[in-house]
Design a binder for this molecule. Sequence first.
Ligand SMILES: O=C(O)c1cc(C(=O)O)c2c(n1)C(=O)C(=O)c1cc(C(=O)O)[nH]c1-2
Length: 257
Amino acid sequence: MLMSDIETPIHEAMSADELEARLRAIGEQRYHHRHSFQLMLQNGELNRRQVQAWALNRYYYQSMIPLKDASLIARLDDPALRRAWRTRLVDHDGEVEGEGGIARWLKLTDGLELDREMVVSARRVLPATRFAVEAYLHFVRERSVLEAIASSLTELFSPLVIGQRVSGMLKHYNFVSAETLAYFEPRLTQAPRDAEMALDYVKRHAERPDQQQAVLEALIFKCQVLWTQLDALHHAYVAPGHVPPGAWDGDAQTGTS
Ligand SMILES: O=C(O)c1cc(C(=O)O)c2c(n1)C(=O)C(=O)c1cc(C(=O)O)[nH]c1-2
């Protein structure tokens, strides 16, 4: 499908399957599996400092996902949908301290010898990371429930990129291990389950052309949220290497700043 096909305004309602095909075409063209930072990460072309910067900044995204999901649950009036959606909160926060995706992500930042307090404080994430992640939070809070659910559909594409990332990182970097990358293993089953549920909702509820257009735009927006985070990492830590004032600069292994 051509880019112009994606961007052509919708005047007549599509079938649910046509809508799905358009969504998948957007992912194929715009998801972060195509980003040069992601390719460098999986091809072993980053140094340890650059991988640390990725893990530190990505923690901020992870830590905000439950806030995003909780705000969505608060707006769902269907108990079945709330029940289904709340598994995401448990996946990330766990049932008890030390469990769940956020705790597993901290195993990665610990393994990379980043100071935990510095990571959790998010003091030294890139400004663009912060702005992109906050834009996602605002989008889910402010747009319709249909658009909010559609914006999670990047998860349709995450298992592929996660598989390539994990195998590439294990192959190329001696400073990560299967244990420190343990965050990703459960995502390979959680993400398809979550994405199928969201896709089913979107296919059943986006009937009018304006709703279908809004759904496609929500997915494009979310691809941009992910893309922008990698743009910022590339600009700061690869080339030209302009670390913004106040952002982590590879000096925080001691956690002094
Ligand atoms: O590793 C990745 O490339 C990747 C991508 C995405 C995504 O596509 O948004 C998510 C995740 N991971 C992830 O781990 C995760 O928990 C997650 C939640 C969401 C969401 O929008 O609700 N996306 C993603």
